[in-house]
Design a protein around this ligand. Sequence first.
Ligand code: ATP
Ligand code: MG
Length: 731
Amino acid sequence: ARNSPVDYLSDLNPEQRQAVETTDGPVLVLAGAGTGKTRVLTTRIAHILATGRAFPSQILAVTFTNKAAREMKQRIGLFVGEAIEGMPWLGTFHSIGVKILRRHAELVGLRSDFSILDTDDVIRLLKQLIVAEGLDDKRWVPRVFAQMIDGWKNKGFGPEDIPEGDARSFGNGLGRELYRAYQQRLIALNACDFGDLLLHPIRIFRTHHDILADYHRRFRYILVDEYQDTNTAQYMWLRLLAQRPRSHADEGNAPQGVNICCVGDDDQSIYGWRGAEVDNILRFEKDFPGAAVIRLERNYRSTAHILGAATHLIAHNEGRLGKTLFTDRPDPEDQKVSVHAAWDSDEEARAIGEEIEALQRKGHALNDIAILVRASFQMRSFEERFIEIGLNYRVIGGPRFYERQEIRDAMAYLRVVANPGDDLAFERIVNVPKRSLGDAAIRQIHDTARLLGVSMLEASANLAESDEMKPKPRGSLRAVVANFSRWRDLLETTPHTQLAETILEESGYTDMWKNDRAADAPTRLDNLKELIRSMEDYGSLREFLEHVALVMDKDKNENLDAVSLMTLHSAKGLEFETVMLPGWEEGLFPHQRALDEGGRSGLEEERRLAYVGLTRAKQNLHIWFVSNRRIHGLWQSTVPSRFLEELPEAHIKISEGGSDFGGYGQRSDQAFSSSYATPGWQRARQNRNEATSRNWGNRSGPAVERIGYGEADSGYGAGRGAVKSHTIEGE
Ligand code: ATP
Ligand code: MG
């Protein structure tokens, strides 16, 4: 039967089998994409359980996302049957960290019912502390400090450990004091942030050897997936749990403590910007002497063309550990990776939509198709198009475009202008950006509105002229009321896109994000630009708002057969029959910001991200680039990504048919760049080579117009389901 212990082993190749059966001692599986690393981990757990080496509660298994943890549980269940009651210690670093901390909270001054603050809470708290120090919170931005603290915690630094230079760089040299005050406040509030979920346990393990020894006895086997993306704090935490101190080992007979198995791929390290240390892989053998290092070379996921394209691309990186990869996955159609060009992002979305419908007609399930984007703003044109043609889709690892905070805020302004009675919208933005209209003021507006039986905006107009309100909020309220009445007057005379821009400018909303030095602020500004751009497709503000209302109303049934839409970062570890990779243009992918800030290593991390994208595909892989991106109503010509050039000719086919270029000759609108007037990617590529020699040294040259792509929008926290909300799964 399927569940007999031997059966699962027979499904493995010899190296995989070795990785599963080497249960004792440290094991590092270092292997390329799709070679079965995750499968090895799952089978290894099944093997440990089936052979009675440990109970489920004695296995600690770390996955990168909650989703991965759930899938792993299911698969283990298939192997070993229902008899196994869950696995309490299978989850993300955060979900396991919180569980450990709850058991020993009192040792760091917390109660076991401590709460976990999300980013907004943290920022609010930091702001209070910054202001209390007499510092200007405009100059010393709380959000920026929150990110600094997160960075320190990723490195395992408490307030005492941060380098002097770091400490001095914030708050007039008060960085360390502020960090310390923050930690004290958290304790006083019986709360912690996400970093503390690992840092507190690390401190407890270091100071309470009895507790650590207890965990050493408890966790007989430790397993870690996506090991290349662990950061220093995670690594310290793991090492404490996995490594018995020498003294233990020396006196005991057989030190069986270090049954740790990590699997990873240095070529898929894509969280360097969040503090992940790929060097952890290199240190493994040093920290765990006698480690068995197992390499898997056979890829079971992708066809030869897909794998060939991916390995050729990643070979352009330096400083790799180097791996061999081959596949014998049959591909009766001998299908190459296809590269398509489109005029702009709308055409790209239209063409991809058609491609998907064609696949659907051939019997492919939508669940087997994914679109992986570099930056979240790219999703909008796909979402729009899919809604238009009635194609089911789901966005994984982030809110859908119109559900994003900045988009909802902007829409709220527009809704009030279109409909002054929209109290929900009004309330959302009356104090965004901050205008000293706090809870008390809002309550007053509410009460007045109820009393007079009018809208909140009208009530505000009333209050602004009475002396019931304190002078400061009254002044702000008067300005808000005046603004809305002016914008409403413009409604009839000004084109709606221009009006929207005016509103976001005059309300201070755009400035709010411009002044925000947080890493995700540029992304938000991009999304706002994209919002305005998308309004051009509608005749009036009302038409646009109706459209969005309908979009928002789409049901979100999870069990639907649907195309997956997500960022490359959140696609890690997943696989799909068909993968579409749009937006392969310089500046977008590789992302300009990664190049500007990371230099060569930034480029290499982008290339690893491309490698992750390519290797998600099993059978069909399509790459797209557009010749023009329209930002703010302006055409900007783009240059195909250098990564396209790094794909070997033998494995790609350049798609010339269909709508890809057909329309080019007829398109004479606007600033259609003459360099793309000749159809064909070859031509584009040739042009790009010219552009290359002209501009690579000086990237502000004319052929490469810089488009304001924002933050590598992998999303702060993308891929880590657990970090986003108060609730941590598996707790
Ligand atoms: P990634 O680096 O992308 O995380 P991975 O190394 O974790 O990839 P898996 O996801 O474990 O790879 O495996 C890739 C695919 O190959 C899966 O569909 C898996 O079921 C299949 N596979 C792995 N090993 C075997 C095998 N021995 N026989 C058949 N299929 C296999
Ligand atoms: Mg995997």
